[in-house]
Design a protein around this ligand. Structure first.
Ligand SMILES: *[C@@H]1O[C@H](CO)[C@@H](O)[C@H](O)[C@H]1NC(C)=O
Ligand SMILES: *[C@@H]1O[C@H](CO)[C@@H](O)[C@H](O)[C@H]1NC(C)=O
Ligand SMILES: *[C@@H]1O[C@H](CO)[C@@H](O)[C@H](O)[C@H]1NC(C)=O
Ligand SMILES: *[C@@H]1O[C@H](CO)[C@@H](O)[C@H](O)[C@H]1NC(C)=O
Ligand SMILES: *[C@@H]1O[C@H](CO)[C@@H](O)[C@H](O)[C@H]1NC(C)=O
Length: 942
């Protein structure tokens, strides 16, 4: 382990090298590389196509018709020749640059993917090696030596080849194979590139290369022009320190720290103006910053603002998303004209990730001892509801803001307040955090490391410090930034695997982990942010001590546990579907950050990527696109993929009617749908269980399902298919994440039924639950099967209460349990957090309970009728002959959006109006005629 002294030295070097993009002032002239003409050439020189900037080679090859769409068919295997060679992006000669000796010329790249040789006018000016950093090079002398207009060329090395070579060298250390298990391409631990580019259990492995982020040439007068590279705005309560609860009555400190290119004269001054982001005349603060310090590339100052003057930013459904614009200006001593200006949009809020010991006061209130593991916004505990975000595409340059806004529509519509930005994709661009700031969706953010061990050699660590410094500073101002975690699944997965694989080297491996993920990275975070809490990874048991003066500044609890106590979060997968609905098999923890099961995407989504003749459950293409379980290498591992197909098949066979249709495509479609029903029911069961835990001794305060979205068209854990189409899951999670829910818990071995009401409101709430037993023709069951027809409840803030307990066999009188359904309808009146005291809201929730598995239910044809009203733009669905279970509206390809409700129960005679949130329509409105409706019954028809 290295000493703190060495660390602070490397910090001071890399704090300066930390950098991002955006505005500049003065007469700096900016030449956007997107406006230049580019070609892309392969290693052998026999493929040259026009290029874009930003871009990646696969995208440009596709645009030129050299390859088809990468996501299609078996291109995951067939396009590996692209990753196996080098690709060079070459500009046409760049005109319009000044060669005046008084001008400094810089190349600034916001991201290069990944190993590159950058040449400007035939001079090598840099060899970047980290996808996640901003790179900038002084090319003044290269330009001066240029006889004509300069050419910029960027040669991107084949990443698999380079990391294999690193792995083969004697210099690197080798861990047991079980801790560096490859999904497809091996050796990703050596490279700072999106780790899922090498394959994951839900995605392909393209290992793309290219200038994936914008870039520019910046020309500055040496006489004092500056260019702003990155800006760190840190807003915190006075005295606040990352992982500790701040004093909510303390004044705010606004610390602004600007990274720049150019020469800043000594004794610069800084000023700031903070206005309402929607009204520039409403000024919160205007004045000088105090305590200005400057170094070669950074200038920093701060100001204190009265504790109660700013309006607070809250996550959605907890209050307003009040944002402010902050403009920071830097001027030379004695001058009023700024030479550097940087603007950001910020919010005033504290967000704590609390994972220290459960206190005596908490124990006295009924909470089980152990560690906390939850979030607090502005000093309030809240229940975190959401899912895990993976990269929305294997190729980031084609991710548009339209796409991400549609994705966030689906996030809000599922009643989420948080997403976990899972490592190992990339650090998200600022514009995605902007969307989250506006919509009030907290982003639990992670450094991009996952599911392997990583080295802690000096050069690797220095590269990572540059990466973390840049990204922490770049993203720190976003109100939606909820925390930083070092990576994914180290303490509760990788370290135990490493210990099991080789107990003798484990202390060394643990030391490496602590050196990189605690000592190094926590110090980087603490040096650049007072406002954001840190945990070295997700899935752990919390911390015992935090003190920057300790050799390892966070002492993790690891397995220093006491039986019966509760620690940390849970990360839970059980692919044995015989126990999928057994709540006693679910983990009891403080927070569920991952849980789930795979399902097939819909036929409409399969049709985007798979040829018609391959559209069947067990076709080679469909099987090989299932990466659960991963191939473990570059082979076409039918065996491993089939295991995942078998799990889904067994799940359907155990619980749902098994489709057996004569039309093969219809049969495939029904099977896909059936896997989605299982997935949705299983997640619902888990979410209800975790939410109920908010009022039980475990004080469970969050559930984020795995996974929100898809990177391609394949069987995965996703709720949203590749183009954003909703599976069954999002409709069910939307209902299950209503504020006040009534949920059935069925102990099916004892045949005990309990119904609980759970609320995540911050004040007690009262209401009523109606309970209606009917048979599957819709006829009321006599005497409501002996159950009360309605019951009133009171439930405390973020708490739960049991309203019904009954043995189905002995307490209820159900003539035939396979011909019965309980319809549960809740209504409550209460207050949303921070709502005006006069403003009450009516909360409703619809649920149902079948006392048998759906494949035992005696469903009959409900004879559904569907109509569309052009003026109200609503569909009406009616069941005319029987109870419709899992009533399912499908929209055709060509439109994007989602229904107001779906997968619902409809009794005969009930008419339900369903609207549609239309996000995109390429059918000219014709889609409404192609919407279909089905139900569980349709799985059984030939
Ligand atoms: C380019 O050259 C390489 C190496 O000689 C060869 O394998 C490949 O087939 C060639 N590709 C094309 C498109 O000609
Ligand atoms: C605040 O800044 C954003 C860009 O960050 C800008 O779009 C908006 O117009 C600004 N608001 C005002 C009131 O100037
Ligand atoms: C937390 O509890 C552990 C015992 O489980 C104890 O060793 C540690 O000192 C406690 N930490 C703090 C900050 O009180
Ligand atoms: C997948 O295949 C690899 C061989 O490439 C094997 O080592 C691994 O155990 C398999 N995984 C599963 C879950 O069967
Ligand atoms: C939840 O409600 C129960 C019953 O009213 C109460 O005893 C318990 O303290 C509450 N839990 C929390 C965390 O407020």
């Amino acid at each position: 382990m290295r000493s703190m002294r060495a660390l602070s030295l490397s910090l001071s070097i890399f704090a300066g090298a930390a950098v991002a993009t955006t505005e500049s002032t003065g007469k700096a002239s900016i030449h956007d590389l997107a406006l230049q003409k580019w070609t892309v050439t392969n290693e052998y020189g026999n493929i040259t196509v026009p290029g874009k900037f930003p871009s990646q080679a696969h995208l440009d090859l596709h645009a030129a018709g050299v390859i088809g769409e990468s996501n299609n068919g078996l291109n995951d295997f067939d396009l590996r020749w692209i990753a196996a060679q080098n690709w060079t992006y070459t500009s046409k000669p760049i005109s319009g640059l000044s060669k005046h000796s008084d001008i400094a010329t810089w190349l600034v790249f916001d991201g290069l993917d990944t190993y590159a040789t950058v040449k400007f006018c035939d001079h090598i000016v840099g060899t970047p090696d980290n996808q996640f950093r901003q790179w900038f090079y002084d090319v003044s002398s290269a330009l001066a030596s240029c006889k004509s207009d300069p050419v910029l060329s960027i040669n991107f090395g084949s990443v698999p080849r380079i990391i294999n070579a690193i792995n083969a060298s004697d210099e690197v250390q080798h861990w047991p194979a079980s801790v560096v298990y490859p999904f497809e391409y091996p050796n990703r631990q050596w490279v700072r590139k999106e780790q899922n580019d090498f394959g994951w259990d839900w995605g392909p492995a393209f290992s793309p290369v290219g200038p994936w982020q914008p870039g520019r040439i910046v020309q500055l007068s040496k006489g004092g022009e500056l260019y702003s590279l990155n800006t760190d705005i840190d807003i915190f309560r006075k005295g606040q320190f990352n992982n500790f609860a701040p004093d909510q009555t303390a004044p705010w400190v606004v610390n602004a720290s600007l990274d720049f290119l150019g020469t800043l004269p000594k004794h610069a001054s800084m000023s700031v103006i903070i206005t309402d982001a929607s009204d520039s005349r409403s000024v919160l603060y205007s004045g000088k910053l105090e305590g200005v310090t400057q170094s070669d590339m950074t200038v920093t100052g701060s100001v204190t603002i009265d504790a109660h003057k700013p309006k607070l930013w809250w996550p959605r459904d907890m209050g307003n998303q009040q944002l402010y614009n902050i403009t920071v200006s830097v001027s030379s001593a004695g001058s009023k004209t700024p030479i550097l200006v940087s603007q950001r949009r910020v919010g005033f809020r504290t967000i704590l990730f609390s994972s220290g010991n459960i206190t005596d006061a908490q124990i006295a209130s009924g909470i089980t001892p152990g560690n906390n593991w939850h979030f607090e916004i502005n000093g309030h505990e809240f229940y975190a509801k959401g899912a895990n975000l993976i990269p929305p595409d294997a190729f980031w340059p084609r991710v548009t803001s339209d796409r991400m806004n549609r994705l966030f529509d689906s996030v809000e519509s599922q009643n989420f307040n948080m997403l976990r930005v899972w490592s190992s994709g990339t650090y998200l661009p600022d514009w995605i955090y902007d969307i989250a700031d506006e919509r009030g969706v907290l982003l639990w953010s992670e450094f991009q490391f996952s599911d392997t061990l990583y080295p802690d050699s000096d050069d690797f660590k220095a590269n990572v410090v540059g990466e973390i410094t840049y990204n922490v500073r770049r993203l720190n101002h976003h109100a939606s930034l909820a925390c930083w975690m070092g990576g994914n699944e180290f303490e509760n997965l990788m370290l135990p695997i490493a210990q099991g694989a080789d107990p003798a080297t484990y202390p060394y491996v643990l030391g490496q982990y602590e050196n990189l993920f605690i000592t190094t990275l926590f110090n980087v975070l603490a040096a650049n942010s007072h406002s954001i809490s840190y945990s070295p990874c997700s899935a752990n048991n919390g911390w015992l001590e935090i003190d920057l003066d300790l050799p390892v500044p966070i002492v993790e609890r690891y397995y220093n546990t006491t039986s019966g106590h509760i620690y940390g979060d849970t990360d839970f997968y059980n692919y044995d579907t015989s126990v999928s609905f057994d709540t006693s098999a679910y983990p009891v923890g403080r927070f569920a950050n991952e849980f789930g099961f795979i399902s097939m995407p819909s036929i409409q989504t399969w049709q985007q990527a798979v040829d018609p003749e391959e559209l069947s459950f067990n076709s080679t293409t469909v099987i090989l696109r299932n990466h659960h379980y991963p191939a473990g290498g570059l082979t076409r591992n039918i065996h491993n993929s089939t295991l995942g197909q078998v799990e889904m098949t067994l799940a359907v066979e155990r619980y749902y009617p098994t489709p057996d249709k004569t039309d093969p495509v219809a049969n495939f479609s029904s099977w896909c749908h059936a896997t989605q029903l299982f997935q949705a029911d299983m997640y619902k069961s888990e979410i209800q269980f975790y939410r109920r835990g908010s009022g039980l001794p475990e004080r469970q305060l969050g559930s984020l399902y795995w996974q929100l979205n898809d990177i391609w068209q394949a069987p995965t854990w996703a709720g949203l298919e590749y183009d954003g189409r909703w599976k069954v899951l999002p409709y069910v999670s939307r209902r299950t994440y209503e504020h006040v829910i009534a949920s059935a818990f069925w102990n099916y071995t004892a045949n005990e039924l309990e119904i609980w009401v759970t609320s995540d409101l911050w004040e007690p709430v009262a209401g009523e639950v109606s309970l209606t037993w009917v048979d599957l023709k819709g006829k009321p069951i006599a005497n409501n099967a002996g159950m009360t027809k309605s019951t009133k409840f009171n439930v405390g803030a973020i708490n739960t209460t049991q309203i019904i307990t009954a043995n189905i066999q002995s307490d209820l009188k159900i003539p035939d349990t396979s011909d019965a359904v309980l319809v549960i309808e809740l209504t409550a009146h209460g207050k949303l957090p921070n709502a005006a005291s006069s403003k009450t809201t009516t909360f409703t929730h619809h649920n149902h309970f079948l006392p048998v598995w759906p494949n035992q239910a005696k469903v009959s044809d409900p004879k559904l009728h569907l109509s569309y009203n052009k003026s109200t733009k609503k569909f009406t669905v009616e069941a005319t002959a029987g109870v419709s279970l899992y009533t399912w509206l499908t929209h055709p390809a060509g439109v994007l959006g989602f229904f107001d409700d779906n997968a619902f129960v409809l009794r005969p005679g009930e008419k339900k109006e369903v609207g549609f949130t239309l996000q995109q329509d390429t059918t000219g409105g014709k889609w409404t005629e192609q919407v279909t409706v089905e139900s569980l019954w349709d799985l059984t028809t030939p």
